[in-house]
Design a protein around this ligand. Structure first.
Ligand SMILES: [Zn+2]
Length: 106
């Protein structure tokens, strides 16, 4: 998992909510097993909410960097991540860093 981590986790959390509601919906079709479906559905929804909180924490702790390509402020998660807007690879590791004007002059 290299790129756009925050967005990918967010997509996963959203998917989990739909799965949770899907499971609960199945409970209506099969009334005898309804409590079981509801428990699993609720678990999926709660897990998703937990992931959302986790993303929030990650997002506030992630350092903000200005993207060299689109010049918008994006968040860097881990050592290498993708710009949220233009998908440029951003890295704090110098060997992955895109050449800046400074490097070109040297
Ligand atoms: Zn960008």
């Amino acid at each position: 998992m290299l790129s756009g981590k925050l967005n990918k986790i967010r997509t996963f959390a959203l998917l989990l909510i739909f799965i949770g509601f899907g499971i609960m919906y199945l409970g209506f079709l099969w009334p005898k097993a309804m409590p079981i479906f509801f428990i699993f559905g609720m678990l999926a929804v709660f897990a998703s909410v937990g992931i959302y909180f986790w993303i929030g924490t990650l997002s506030t702790n992630a350092p903000k960097v200005k993207c060299p390509q689109c010049h918008r402020v994006t968040k860097l998660l881990g050592k290498t991540d993708e710009c949220m807007y233009c998908k440029a690879i951003l890295s704090v590791d110098p060997k992955h860093a895109p050449m800046s004007d400074h490097d070109v002059k040297q």
